[in-house]
Design a binder for this molecule. Structure first.
Ligand SMILES: [Zn+2]
Ligand SMILES: [Zn+2]
Length: 270
């Protein structure tokens, strides 16, 4: 039986005879139903006219994104670590060339995902590399293809490996998570933020939203909580969810001033 993939959010569902009736992720007010109505594809159909671009970004960090763009069009990041490689966030397309290229980089031991918009085809990826998926338990309800390879973690932080820590920030989703990579940015530290802290067009800043496509902001208290969650960690660079969305330096200050600016705007202070 096929496992259908929602064309708008890229999420793969558990196998079913026909396409599912609904995509709960797109029907949620943080997303939207595609303008041509709810449409479905499969991994096989997707691989007919899409391929992945795999690009080294900095030492021990490789980006993987689909071309042409598919669904939300985020790119995943592979962190190479002596304790085993980590795939940060995920994408829908996985094919033979991608698998071979990633095996050549040492494969994937763990997959960690910031929030449900990037759950995509995580189980396909996990099975391809015999990896474990780490998701925050607060977002458990958004898993559309349950599988024993998914491990739900609880609490505020989770040490994924030596010098690699998952931090629960909440905000965009209750379980909204970022990955702190101590050795990133030539040892100055990097934050892999998905869109929990999203890098904006002025790449000296990030922003924080309940819904990005529908422009629904977060309350001051939640923005403060996100900034406070990452405050104990040293980082100079922030990798957002898309290729060019990177705060290349001064990341820590960037989060502080972005949260201050946002909260001031909510309070009518600008
Ligand atoms: Zn969807
Ligand atoms: Zn999102």
């Amino acid at each position: 039986m096929p496992k259908f993939i929602c064309q708008t959010c890229g999420t793969q569902f558990a196998e079913s005879e026909g396409p599912p009736q609904h995509c709960p992720i797109c029907e949620d007010e943080r997303q939207y139903i595609g303008w041509n109505g709810q449409q479905w594809t499969t991994l096989q159909a997707l691989s007919q006219n899409h391929h992945n671009i795999i690009k080294k970004i900095e030492p021990n960090l490789t980006g993987i994104g689909t071309h042409p763009d598919f669904a939300i069009a985020q790119r995943a990041l592979l962190v190479q670590s002596p304790a085993g490689n980590i795939l940060w966030d995920c994408i829908s397309l996985i094919d033979e060339p991608t698998q071979a290229a990633i095996q050549a980089l040492g494969g994937v031991q763990s997959i960690a995902i910031s929030h449900p918009h990037y759950y995509s085809c995580m189980v396909e990826w996990a099975h391809a590399f015999d990896a474990t998926i780490y998701l925050h338990a607060a977002d458990r309800q958004w898993v559309m293809r349950p599988d024993p390879c998914i491990h739900f973690w609880e609490g505020d932080t989770y040490p994924l490996a030596n010098r690699l820590t998952l931090i629960r920030c909440g905000g965009h989703f209750d379980g909204g998570t970022v990955l702190h990579w101590t050795d990133g940015a030539e040892g100055r530290g990097a934050l892999l933020s998905g869109d929990i802290l999203t890098v904006v067009s002025d790449r000296r800043y990030v922003s924080f939203m309940y819904s990005y496509p529908n422009l629904i902001p977060l309350p001051a208290e939640k923005v403060h909580k996100i900034a406070a969650a990452v405050e104990p960690y040293a980082f100079d660079r922030i990798y957002g969810a898309w290729w060019q969305r990177v705060v290349s330096q001064d990341g820590k200050q960037s989060v502080r001033r972005s949260a201050q600016r946002y909260i001031a705007a909510l309070k009518g202070g600008r």
